[in-house]
Design a protein around this ligand. Structure first.
Ligand code: NAP
Length: 547
């Protein structure tokens, strides 16, 4: 597979290896970028990874019920049809263990591990104007430097554990889902409190309830979930995947979401009510995130969206037997899919179990954590284990937790104090030769992630190849291009209902003090792919090179 010979890094006078590129993170993004740069371009590359193994999100998120909301046959790398054909996904929505096996397989197949330093958390990355190199330090004090720095740190990797008084005094165990112990957690006979009902909490609750003595779900904001309808793939479907790898790749490149299914052109508001109901019923029976594509106007028009929201609310009311619980689960404050829509396996059914209760912490907020449980304004809930499914400091958090400084010591955290600013979500003015895979300002979390990751990694590799061919040493965006792009990001969000869900993490609303800025580009992956390709074709329009 390798088309170029890899250079072994030489040492610089300071003793650290003189690398062409440093990649931060060994999840899907870091691994594929490594393959592109090392094996296609022949660069000397070092990957630095906090964890003890590859996998990123799928290395850390080992919580009960963790599985992917993208369909497995489209959740992976598509650059190699051979790789696509060689791997057999067992079920429609693969569980964490299976995805991690896939990523391990990818790392082995392309011999990637030899270029990765594990247990190496990057604490600082400073650009040196005089040498045009990035000087990177790890928390354990190691130093590296390279001409190019590529962050592949994930969008949802900085865990958000809310500040709740008394957590230190809790005498039971507590865990954040994104930092789950490798040995697992035994819930048998335990009183468990689960805080958070986003995609993660909704996946975890039914599985925890199977063994816990009692599960209390602390819900602040209810949301709309659609059944995943997960099932093993049939032999016939597996054959279809092998015979149609190119077609699946083409489909994921053609849609706004990077999923292999497009939005319907039908409009909810132009469909007679009984027909619309039948279409929603069929989409509900099929399950998965595809539900939101049932009509083309669901994300564009509030009235159309209301038809989807009402349909899902009615389903919840039908499933949940206790009317008070059903009411709390359906008292939803945002449009359907305005916040990232979860899919579930028996989430609502779980509330029909005798050992599960819903605690409404919007009505009676959590006041403190005590030695023995959680106290809300209404009462005290004795607990042995608390699970925080409270999400992430998304998109900017993983970058800003490092001390990143560009030209003349300019601090990224200062540049982003009013929200992230980038050109195409790929680069920032003032930070030469720094590329951010799925950075804020790119479609990232609004897509099937591997599709966005491949597109960015390929674009970055092509850009670096171009620079080498032209003898160019430095690239950074023009301030004007960056400003224009940020306007496009805001305009794209305003054209949909996404910007109306004011408590969404897309807007940074889940982290106290975080600027409220809609961070990902919501104009669609296919359109974005074309914009990036056109920028490159037009001589990297909007970027400035120097030699
Ligand atoms: P999330 O969507 O941000 O949900 C966090 C939950 O915790 C929300 O219900 C939030 O309530 C609640 N919460 C936060 N702080 C709280 C507090 N102090 N008190 C009470 N409740 C609090 O996080 P997530 O569920 O981990 O999901 C994050 C993203 O990860 C998803 O949107 C998705 O993109 C990705 N994900 C993907 C998959 C998959 O593909 N398989 C699975 C899981 C997650 P509010 O809404 O009121 O803030």
């Amino acid at each position: 597979m390798n088309s170029a010979t890899t250079h072994d890094p030489e040492s610089t006078p300071g003793g650290s290896p003189a690398l062409d590129a440093i990649i931060i993170g060994a999840g899907l993004a870091g691994l594929y970028q490594l393959h592109c740069l090392r094996d296609r371009l022949g660069l000397s590359v070092q990957v630095l990874e906090t964890g003890g193994g590859v996998g990123g999100t799928w290395y850390w998120n080992r919580y009960p019920g963790a599985r992917c909301d993208s369909e497995s046959h489209a959740y992976g790398f598509s650059f190699s049809e051979e790789l696509m054909r060689d791997w057999d996904w067992t079920e429609r929505f693969p569980e964490q263990k299976e995805i991690l096996r896939y990523i391990d397989h990818f790392a082995d197949r392309f011999d990637l591990r030899r270029s990765i330093r594990f247990n190496a958390r990057v604490s600082a990355a400073h650009y040196n104007d005089a040498t045009n190199r990035w000087e990177v330090r790890t928390a354990s004090g190691e130093s590296f430097n390279a001409k190019f720095l590529i962050t592949a740190v994930g969008c949802l990797s900085a865990a958000n554990v809310p500040t709740i008084a008394g957590l230190d005094s809790f005498q039971g165990q507590w865990y954040h889902t994104g930092q789950w112990p490798h040995e697992g957690v035994n819930f048998a006979g335990k009183r468990v409190g689960l805080i958070g009902t986003g995609s993660t909490g909704i996946q975890a609750a039914p599985v925890i309830a199977e063994t816990a003595q009692h599960l209390s779900v602390f819900q602040r904001s209810p949301t709309y979930s659609v059944p995943a309808r997960n099932a093993p793939w049939t032999a016939e479907f597996k054959r279809y995947v092998k015979e149609n790898a190119a077609e699946i790749r083409r489909a994921t490149h053609a849609t706004p979401s990077g999923h292999p299914f497009a939005n319907s052109e039908r409009l909810a508001l132009q469909t007679p009510p009984h027909e619309r109901q039948a279409i929603y019923e069929a989409a509900w029976r099929k399950g998965g995130v595809e539900f939101r594509t049932a009509f083309g106007d669901i994300m564009l028009n509030k009235e159309a969206n209301d038809t989807a929201a009402e349909f899902v609310r009615n389903k919840i009311l039908q499933i949940v037997k206790d009317p008070v619980t059903a009411h709390k689960l359906t008292d939803i404050d945002h449009p359907y899919a305005g916040k990232r829509p979860p899919v579930d396996t028996d989430y609502y059914e779980t509330f029909n179990r005798d050992n599960v209760s819903l605690v409404d912490v919007r009505a009676a907020p959590i006041e403190e954590i005590t030695a023995t449980g959680i106290r809300t304004r209404d009462g005290h809930y004795p607990l042995d284990i608390i699970v925080f499914a409270t999400g992430y400091d998304a998109l900017t958090g993983p970058l800003l937790r490092m001390d990143i400084r560009g030209r003349s010591g300019r601090l990224l955290a200062d540049d982003w104090k009013d929200g992230p600013r980038s050109y195409l979500g790929l680069q920032m003015e003032g930070f030469p030769n720094l590329f951010t895979i799925t950075g804020p300002g790119s479609p990232s979390v609004l897509t099937n992630m591997p599709v966005a990751i491949e597109q960015h990694s390929d674009w970055i590799a092509d850009c670096i190849a171009h620079m080498r061919a032209q003898g160019l040493e430095r690239i950074e965006p023009q301030a004007q291009a960056m400003g224009d792009w940020m306007l496009k990001v805001t305009e794209a969000a305003s054209a949909t209902l996404l910007s109306t869900a004011t408590t969404s993490w897309y807007l940074g609303a889940n982290v106290p003090g975080k600027p409220r800025v809609f961070m990902p580009y919501s104009g669609g992956m296919a359109r974005y792919r074309k914009i990036c390709a056109d920028v490159a074709t037009n001589g990297y329009e909007g970027f400035r090179f120097s030699s």
